[in-house]
Design a protein around this ligand. Structure first.
Ligand code: P6P
Length: 333
């Protein structure tokens, strides 16, 4: 494959599809630059004295890691001056973050989970940054939370950076999924995968099996059948992976197929699972569908869900289309 930079890709994409105007291209490159900075901070680990807890909690009531806060600050500072954003929203902040008055206001809304998989930071397992871009409503003057509450089908760009053995940037603007590897010597994102595709069938599933006793019947039935393997109705053996970093699990699925599940369960009927709709499920669902996969909450397409709250949670079933359709079918029976 011809090695092209993120900038060249975005410019050529605009020429072909006219869907990445200058301001969106700039936004994407700024987010990419912020992810390089986060990658550098993450890579320092203990040497940078950035590991461990920050002794504070986020809006989810989860203890924040120092790198959660550092990553959030990096994204805020990188994106607030450029003139392409009207406001930002983050898993780490209760309220939206309007662009300060000293900077021009742009036409996009940026949402992110600055460092997904925080429980893995201190044990050197892959983590990542997830981001989603929406257009601000026409004529909006003072951004409010309501302006962000758009279904995932309205995203104009979504992606993630995964900080693992390689640092990768994976994104879509609606014309397939492309992956870029960080060339650390050049400090540049270089395209290494074009038009990633998720096989419709798979032998690999991802779920936190320690929650099995809480699962509702459709998930119990689906996972039991997988575990019966060639001795059961599926008539083939399956393998399981659970990294507990959504970015890493989703990247594996984009690379070789699989189904990822974080279902609602009986522990808290008011809490439909753990993952957040706006800045985890929606961007990942956009990527997965663009790669030929499927993403539902067990009953409906994630990208069709009309959000009610910025930090609302959603059950997630995503990945290989035939498996997602099977487990969704069990929910709808
Ligand atoms: P559990 C990380 O905290 C996260 O939000 C996702 O990245 C990941 O898929 C999930 O939670 C892991 O949850 O319950 O297995 O720790």
């Amino acid at each position: 494959m011809k090695r092209i930079s993120l900038t060249q890709y975005l410019i050529e994409e605009q020429r072909q599809h006219n869907n990445i105007p200058e301001s969106l291209r700039l936004l994407t490159e700024v987010v990419g630059r912020a992810c390089k900075t986060i990658s550098h901070a993450v890579g320092k680990g203990a040497l940078g004295e950035v590991l461990g807890s920050a002794e504070s909690e986020n809006v989810q009531g989860e203890v924040q890691k120092k790198l959660d806060i550092i990553s959030n600050e990096i994204l805020l500072e990188a994106n607030e001056w450029g003139g392409h954003l009207a406001a930002m929203a983050s898993e780490e902040m209760e309220e939206i973050h309007p662009i300060p008055n000293r900077y021009p206001m742009g036409e996009y809304l940026l949402l992110f989970d600055p460092l997904d998989g925080s429980s893995n930071i201190d044990v050197n397992v892959s983590i990542g940054t997830i981001f989603s871009v929406l257009k601000a409503p026409a004529g909006m003057k003072n951004p409010t939370e309501a302006d962000f509450l758009q279904p995932g089908s309205k995203q104009v760009l979504a992606g993630y950076a995964v900080y693992g053995p390689q640092t990768l940037l994976v994104l879509t603007t609606g014309n397939g999924v492309q992956a870029f590897t960080l060339d650390r010597e050049m400090g540049a994102w270089v395209m290494t995968q074009k038009n990633m595709q998720i096989p419709a069938d798979t032998k690999e599933y991802a779920i936190n099996a320690s929650n099995a006793r809480h699962w509702f019947p459709p998930v119990k039935r689906y996972v039991d059948e997988l575990q019966q393997g060639s001795t059961g109705p599926r008539d083939k053996d399956f393998n399981m992976r659970w990294i507990a970093s959504m970015v890493a699990d989703v990247h594996r699925i984009l690379t070789r197929g699989g189904i990822f599940m974080y279902p609602a369960d009986a522990r808290d009927p008011d809490k439909p699972g753990k993952l957040r709709l706006m800045y985890e499920a929606n961007p990942m669902a956009f990527l997965v569908e663009q790669a030929g996969g499927a993403a539902t909450d067990g009953k409906q397409r994630i990208l069709d869900i009309q959000p009610q709250k910025l930090h609302q949670r959603v059950a997630v079933f995503l990945g290989s289309k035939n498996e997602v359709e099977r487990v969704t079918g069990y929910h709808l029976q």
